[in-house]
Design a protein around this ligand. Structure first.
Ligand code: GLN
Length: 483
């Protein structure tokens, strides 16, 4: 079989008996093996995926109607729990640990007859922008193997980009779905905070974390979102489900769009990315959409605020990995319990995770709390107020997803601040809880793809998806890798 371009097409082939779930799973397993060197997966569930495929083929034969995700082959980031399967957060500290329950998001996929084919590589505890902080090593960008796939959900992005599954799940705390989607030339959506339950998602920064989706088409992302979203008794921050029928309303709709002057004229932004977005703005205007520029003087505060608040939350969330309750422990020549904790945590966590735990502990410490943590909270509040005002007037904000295209390996590893600053366009959506998407529209003269980021008002994923589909249909110049 050849890979189908959308879930809908795949279902048509299944119902027409021109494809089966078993053939489909075998096809992906072969592709995964062929592209092993990309290092996108940390575990492959071949046997059970085939078993499930067989059951589904039998169900169809018996005339059972297809559920929404019947036979859809999905990969999940290795920070999402799936009962009976290893979950490691790409960290040594979770070595040997097996999930004791299934994340709500995954359970909802399974309930609609999806097939989970494996878990994907990522930055340790989802901290990073290049996937270079993984205990499993680097993931290669399939568009150019000398480049990073982005992070932290790099493996999930490459799994879709290289055609190793149909759709995948990532998590986005500060851009970890949108930025790798941007670097890999695929769709990556981070829904509204709370849209998808975080139950079973390993916590990095709980007030920012959100499960997101990678796909080739906006429709596939919309379908997965519909299946996974909604309130959950295990996560009190999960919100009720919304309206999802994508329909074709976007075809004639004229949107009111805004962009931030400071974002498009930021010194760190690649010239060609800026030019492409400005050209798109002109085209949108000439077709009757309203596109206005707005001052956004808070832009330079978003990265510092994000790194103060997320590291603070991380320092608390990661305190549970003490060598007693989970996975790895280091008992080498320990004198007492404190010594045991120290040994385990300093050999179990990687460098970046240790840096963030220390940074977070520092900003929360008595003498510095007001100077850093409280100030960052104030920035978060100002951003929320500003956001409310924006969406009282506009349907969407557009901005770059990242200041440049995919980095070369090692390019920013010695300079954590430079790495953090590259998150300038993505952290806003997490600080405010807005939904955001990276739409793969463009190709750079350096041959790499890049996307356009769109944000809409909280819980307005419908507009986000419809506008994205509109842009994909009319303005897409980047062609996906031909798998
Ligand atoms: N690059 C960001 C960071 O390192 C994003 C991480 C994420 O969204 N999980 O924190």
């Amino acid at each position: 079989m050849a890979s189908s371009s959308t879930i809908q097409e795949y279902h048509k082939k299944l119902t027409a008996n021109s494809n089966t779930c078993v053939d489909t799973v075998n096809y992906y397993l072969t592709k995964i093996e062929e592209k092993k060197h990309l290092n996108a997966f940390t575990a492959i569930f071949a046997k059970e995926a085939l078993q499930k495929a067989m059951e589904l083929d039998a169900k169809r034969k018996d005339g059972e109607p297809l559920k929404k995700l019947h036979g859809v082959v999905i990969a999940i980031k290795d920070v999402i729990c799936y009962k009976g399967h290893k979950v490691t957060a790409a960290s040594k500290i979770l070595e040997g640990f097996t999930s004791v329950y299934t994340a709500t998001a995954v359970q909802r996929l399974l309930d609609e007859d999806a097939i989970i084919i494996g878990s994907c590589n990522c930055d340790e505890f989802a901290m990073g922008s290049t996937n270079e902080n993984s205990v499993y090593g680097n993931v290669l960008n399939a568009a150019d193997e000398t480049k990073v796939p982005g992070g932290s959900s790099g493996g999930s992005a490459v799994a879709v980009q290289a055609g190793l599954c149909m759709v995948s799940l990532g998590s986005d705390t500060g851009g970890s779905v949108r930025q790798p989607a941007d670097f890999c030339g695929i769709v990556g959506i981070k829904p509204t905070y709370g849209r998808i339950s975080r139950y079973g998602l390993i916590a990095y920064a709980s007030s920012f974390d959100q499960i997101g989706i990678f796909s080739n088409s906006v429709y596939d992302a919309a379908l997965l979102l519909e299946v996974m979203s909604g309130a959950d008794e295990f996560d009190s921050t999960a919100i009720e489900n919304g309206q999802w029928a994508m329909g074709n309303e976007h075809v004639d709709k004229k949107y009111k769009i805004v962009y931030f002057k400071e974002a498009l004229h930021h010194p760190s932004l690649d010239k060609e990315i800026k030019e492409n977005i400005l050209a798109l703005i002109d085209k949108l205007k000439s077709e009757g959409h309203t596109v206005r520029a707005m001052d956004f003087d808070l832009l330079d505060y978003v990265v510092p605020a994000y790194y103060v608040l997320t590291t603070a939350e991380a320092s608390s969330n990661l305190s549970r990995y003490d060598g007693v309750r989970f996975g790895y422990r280091n008992k080498d020549s320990v004198k007492d319990l404190t010594d045991f904790y120290k040994h385990t945590r300093s050999t179990g966590f990687g460098k970046e995770v240790q840096r963030r735990i220390m940074l977070g502990t520092f900003v929360l410490s008595a003498g510095y709390y007001d100077a850093y943590f409280s100030k960052a909270q104030q920035v978060r509040r100002l951003l929320a107020d500003k956001t409310k005002a924006i969406f009282a007037e506009y349907d969407a904000v557009i901005l770059p997803t990242s200041p440049g295209t995919a980095f070369t390996f090692g390019e920013k590893t010695d300079d954590p601040i430079a790495m953090y600053l590259a998150d300038i366009y993505t952290v806003f959506a997490n600080l405010t809880g807005l939904p955001g998407i990276s739409v793969p529209l463009f190709k750079h003269s350096n041959t790499m793809p890049f996307g356009l980021q769109i944000m809409t008002a909280k819980t307005d994923e419908l507009t986000l998806l419809q506008l994205s589909e509109h842009l994909m249909q009319h303005y897409k110049t980047y062609q996906h890798l031909n798998n």
